[in-house]
Design a protein around this ligand. Structure first.
Ligand code: ZN
Ligand code: ZN
Ligand code: FE
Length: 758
């Protein structure tokens, strides 16, 4: 006879963990109880020694699909003489915290029931079970129990109640359990009111989509705009209403087979598409069947996802004459956050003709996550639904910290012990709506994790709304405000998510914009450092950027400034010259000469913009990174030639690079070759500098961070060169390489510095 008390932390709530414990305890004739606490799960269990051992083995081996054990603590206690095993009601203990489960895509069992006419949930759009369904987006407070979710107002019917309490049922203690009798209901709303409800609402929505209308669909973390991806007129209407002229739209198809009509899908991509997260996956077009250009102008890839909720499955279900691919893009205007509140329905009508909505509130918004496959696993591009708020580990225990990120693609991070809770993607902190989302995300995450930060961290840039928030937060809560340099944060983020020990490494931090310690704008940085400090070993030589931030939308102006500054004659045959007006050029050169409203930048992103315009690929952009993406898209992958840079530490001079590009241009070299040579030159520049550092200082670990590394072609070429030359290469696998990882890097750096001071 043996008795134990077991405490488990990890993702153990809302994932069928207690029913699982209940089942394996009963299988082995063990008695006692299991209970959710704010800190995880506690089990008291007693019985025969052999049975106890078997129980512990099963506990580790047969975990439910969504569960994850992170800490396991067992102590032997005196037997209590329990006569059965039971699940006790949850207990709230404010000193502890537990992990909030992310939302999970519909599981195969639920999908089967959804289309089974004999099942009582046949075609019910809110079918879910312990292995799938909404989680993070409906949780208002911890512990995760129905009364703490937006399902609290739905009273279970007798049938659901029976399933919920039956340990042998696959919905035993599934908190969002629902059925057509007792659960949320769907309705289709037109501008003048409700048009249809229940299954009729879905059928009518499908009819409208088929006819070329735009229908807003309430999903897990917000509304998506759905329409026929083949209908050019509708696509144009959608672009006008969203004020989104070129940025690609995400697509959804019923199954893999349908995605394969348009894109290549390799094994890894298939696994990601069908994973519990079901993110948008960027897939290479196969050019066999084509969708209209309006879906994703000038792209080699399409962003596809599978239907991740029962409602999406019902909307995508194939039928004669029904579109095989739907656009499913977030319902927002331009750069505002995705709409998710039912009170905002009037705003949805600015975007859509009809709204397919329901009465299960969304508590916190999440966007669809975006990933792509790289070397057998994923690299995240936008981390949100399905991934957030899963914790990211930190290679040491650090104080509780709130870090607020930078400006673009913002996220916030809260740390506790050795884990970081990185918020879902919030967006660009450039409008009031996004700023409100930023503030409410901070409030919500602080309360979920019961954390009172001991420090607040921001970027160096005082104009950022995030920095201003941190200043105020610091004085309101009387805690220190730390400021971390942008590219140091990038480097630390990449090191920490790879569990780097903290000795010196090389950081190739290539991005668009980040304020440097010298007041100029950095972005083509080779840093040497660790978590608590860095040294700027090399960087692109500063170039003038007249007009500052507004120049970023006009790569041709960047090209003209760079060419002027480097003293190249502006011949009319140069694409950026012929693109601009003559008046514009003379104003620009005066601006540069007299340094009026000119910032200086070592940005790698701007170099890509300039080159993209010089070789005639893209002169003006409508979304961030467009010029670089279009440049990458035309790269001739068979070309191994390259241009050279001249390096005079710490400056990486681009004068010779431009000379060679212009020589090629005037000599009639095709753009795909020039684009390839340019990409190859950045890769070999990276290698050359790293080789130098290795020889000088013996450092052979390289971290690649910054938005430029979302260029898969460049990432592939660079990692290959570095690996071939014996470097240990760290890239982002958990968080995006772009500024969404800044808040995590800021927190890690500050935590390590605070540790050193103590
Ligand atoms: Zn399920
Ligand atoms: Zn029910
Ligand atoms: Fe950045």
């Amino acid at each position: 006879m043996k008795a134990s008390r077991i405490k488990i932390n990890g993702i153990v709530q809302g994932v069928g963990f207690r029913p699982f414990v209940f089942r394996i305890a009963n299988q082995n004739n063990l008695n006692g109880w299991v209970q959710n606490t704010s800190g995880g799960v506690v089990i008291e269990i007693e019985g025969e020694n052999i049975a106890m051992d078997r129980f512990l083995t099963l506990l580790q081996q047969e975990l439910p699909p969504l569960a994850r054990i992170e800490t396991f603590y067992e102590e032997t206690i005196n037997p209590n003489g329990y006569i059965r095993f039971e699940i006790r009601p949850s207990k709230k203990n404010t000193e502890e915290y537990s992990l909030v489960p992310p939302d999970a895509a519909i599981c195969p069992d639920c999908a089967r029931e959804l289309f089974d006419p004999t099942n009582r949930r046949f075609r019910y759009p809110f079918i879910n079970c312990t292995n799938c369904g909404p989680r993070f987006t409906i949780i208002k407070d911890m512990p995760y129990d129905r009364p703490n979710t937006t399902m609290s107002s739905f009273t279970m019917c007798d049938d659901c109640n029976k399933e919920y309490h039956d340990p042998l049922d696959r919905r035993f203690h599934a908190q969002p359990i629902a059925c057509p009798e007792c659960g949320p209901q769907i309705s289709l709303v037109g501008k003048s009111g409700v048009i249809a409800t229940k299954n009729d609402a879905i059928l009518s929505a499908r009819t409208y989509i088929q006819k070329g209308y735009i229908v807003a669909i309430k999903g897990l973390g917000g509304y998506l705009l759905a329409c026929d991806a083949h209908n050019q007129e509708t696509l144009q209407k959608l672009r006008e209403r969203k004020r989104r002229s070129q940025k690609p739209f995400a697509l959804m198809a019923f199954n893999l087979e349908m995605i394969r009509k348009y894109c290549f899908v390799n094994n890894e991509e298939q696994l990601i598409l069908q994973s519990m997260q079901m993110p948008i996956v960027l897939l290479t077009k196969n050019n066999q069947n084509n969708l209209p250009n309006e879906v994703a102008p000038s792209q080699n890839t399409l962003g596809f996802m599978l239907p991740y909720t029962p409602l999406h499955l019902l909307l995508c279900e194939p039928d004669r004459n029904y579109p095989d691919v739907l656009v499913m893009t977030s319902a927002n205007i331009s750069d505002e956050p995705i709409l998710y509140r039912d009170e905002e329905i009037y705003r949805l009508f600015e975007l859509s003709d009809f709204v397919l909505t329901h009465d299960r509130p969304i508590h916190i918004r999440t966007d669809d996550s975006v990933v792509r496959e790289f070397a057998g696993t994923i690299t995240p591009i936008r981390r949100s639904r399905g991934f957030a708020p899963e914790s990211v580990s930190i290679p040491a225990y650090i104080p509780d910290i709130l870090s607020v990120g930078a400006l673009l693609k913002n996220t916030i991070t809260i740390t506790h012990q050795n884990r970081a809770f990185v918020s879902p993607y919030i967006g660009d902190l450039e409008n009031i709506e996004t700023y409100e989302a930023f503030e409410s995300t901070i409030a919500h995450m602080k309360s979920l994790y019961q954390v009172s930060p001991l420090a607040v961290v921001s970027d160096l840039h005082l104009d950022y709304l995030s920095t201003q928030f941190a200043q105020k937060y610091s004085s309101d809560y009387k805690i220190p405000h730390y400021q971390v340099q942008h590219h140091h944060a990038h480097m630390a983020a990449c090191l920490a998510e790879n569990n780097w020990n903290g000795t010196n490494a090389i950081g190739l931090c290539f991005d668009g914009t980040g304020l440097g310690t010298d007041g100029s704008i950095w972005g083509g940085e080779v840093l040497i450092g660790n978590y608590s400090g860095y040294f700027r070993y090399a960087h692109l030589k500063n170039m003038p950027l007249p007009g500052g931030d507004s120049a970023i939308k006009k790569p041709y102006r960047i090209a003209l400034s760079y060419l002027t500054h480097l003293g190249f004659p502006l011949k009319l045959s140069l694409p950026p010259v012929s693109y601009s007006s003559s008046g514009e050029i003379s104003i620009l050169s005066k601006q540069i000469q007299n340094r009026i409203n000119v910032v200086h930048t070592s940005s790698m992103g701007r170099l890509f913009d300039a080159v993209s315009s010089i070789i005639g690929v893209c002169h003006e952009i409508s979304y961030e990174g467009q010029a670089a993406i279009e440049l990458e898209n035309i790269v001739d992958l068979t070309c191994t030639d390259r241009y050279i840079f001249s390096v005079n530490l710490p400056d990486i001079d681009i004068q010779i690079l431009f000379q060679q590009i212009l020589l090629d241009l005037y000599g009639g070299t095709p753009a795909p070759i020039m684009a390839a040579k340019f990409h190859n030159s950045i890769a070999s520049l990276s290698l050359d500098i790293c080789m130098n550092i290795k020889e000088e200082k013996g450092i052979d670990t390289v971290a690649l961070s910054g938005g430029v590394w979302q260029n898969n072609t460049l990432l592939k070429k660079t990692t290959q060169l570095l690996l071939d030359n014996g470097f240990h290469v760290l890239i982002h696998r958990v968080l995006p390489a772009n500024d969404s990882s800044i808040s995590y890097g800021q927190a890690v750096i500050t935590g390590m510095i605070m540790n050193e001071r103590n």
